[in-house]
Design a protein around this ligand. Structure first.
Ligand code: HSE
Length: 309
């Protein structure tokens, strides 16, 4: 029996739409992500548990875990009978890479259970394929950080899909999920198909500035470069009072604030734990829409997916 944990992620991070993603871990030691327990068995079995298992489809064949298993068996051209327990600890449609967590944990677990027939590149390609079927188009900015950890730059080069870039170790990432669902596929559908040259130039400039600032350890420049022109202007209306809240969070001292993934989670960054706590409290009181919502202060999770049992 193997137990695999895959962490939540923020992708996009307010700059680098579909290109930058970060795995996160709460500073209080909580595991924010999904777990998969697997063992070889007589036939395929799937059991769901965890606080958000009530959001999973009733029919197991519509569960992401089943999709992963079925694709994996097709790739290795062998039917692998396994018994799987999915611990669904992340809300679905939250903007925290919930589907990516399940996909990464499941594929890594099945690969381990079969003595790793797939290498990490093939596994990541498969993760991207499953994620693409769920969200409407392939994007690696959640699966790559959840798999490899850290801050990942998606390259989609013929040999290298994604690589880790430096991140500011003193940045505290405050994430607030308001307790409502937003489908990634829907949040992608509302985006324009084309952008003007002016937007393309601004977007490239911010992404280049952010990468440059990350390598030259210019924290303030990096934070100032976290500007979003591709998704935020269109998705902001899907989140409760986004611009007003962003303004307030900046006033409280955040060096950056944006939509986590496709939302509705908001993230904010501070280098100061007291400011981070203040922002966290404000978000708890003002951004959560019901008592299922949550706020966490996080670091970047450097490890990514891991065996925890
Ligand atoms: N980069 C993707 C998007 C992430 O913003 O649509 C979705 O979780």
């Amino acid at each position: 029996m193997i137990k695999i944990y895959a962490p939540a992620s923020i992708g996009n991070i307010g700059v680098g739409f579909d290109i930058l993603g970060a795995a996160i871990k709460p500073i209080n030691g909580d595991l924010l992500g999904d777990c998969i327990t697997i063992k070889l068995s007589e036939e395929f079995q799937l059991f769901n548990k965890g606080i958000f298992s009530n959001q999973l489809p009733v029919n197991n064949e519509q569960n992401i875990v089943w999709k992963c298993w079925s694709k994996f068996c097709n790739v290795i051209k062998k039917n692998i009978p396994v018994s799987i327990i999915l611990e669904k600890n992340l809300p679905i449609g939250s903007g925290l890479g919930s589907s990516a967590c399940s996909v990464v944990a499941t594929l890594v677990a099945i690969n381990e259970a079969c003595n790793n027939p797939l290498n990490s590149k093939d596994l990541l390609l498969l993760m991207g394929e499953v994620e693409g079927e769920i969200s409407g188009s392939i994007h690696y900015d959640n699966v790559a950080p959840s798999y490899f950890g850290g801050l990942q730059l998606i390259l989609e080069d013929t040999d290298i899909i994604s690589q880790k870039i430096p991140n500011f170790k003193n940045w505290l990432w405050i994430v607030a999920w308001p307790g409502i669902k937003l489908s990634t596929a829907e949040a992608r559908k509302i985006l324009p198909k084309k952008y003007t040259r002016d937007i393309c130039v601004k977007n490239s400039r911010c992404l280049a500035s952010f990468i440059h600032a990350s390598y030259t350890e210019q924290s303030n420049l990096a934070a100032r470069s976290m500007k979003e022109f591709i998704a935020e202007p269109y998705r902001s209306k899907l989140l409760p009072n986004f611009f007003k809240n962003k303004e307030k969070i900046k006033k409280l001292g955040a060096i950056s604030c944006g939509i986590s993934g496709s939302g509705p989670t908001i993230f904010a960054i501070s280098e100061d734990i007291e400011i981070a706590k203040k922002i966290s409290l404000w978000l708890e009181r003002n951004y959560l829409q019901n008592n299922t919502g949550f706020v966490y202060i996080c670091y970047i999770d450097a490890k990514g997916v891991r065996k925890i049992g």
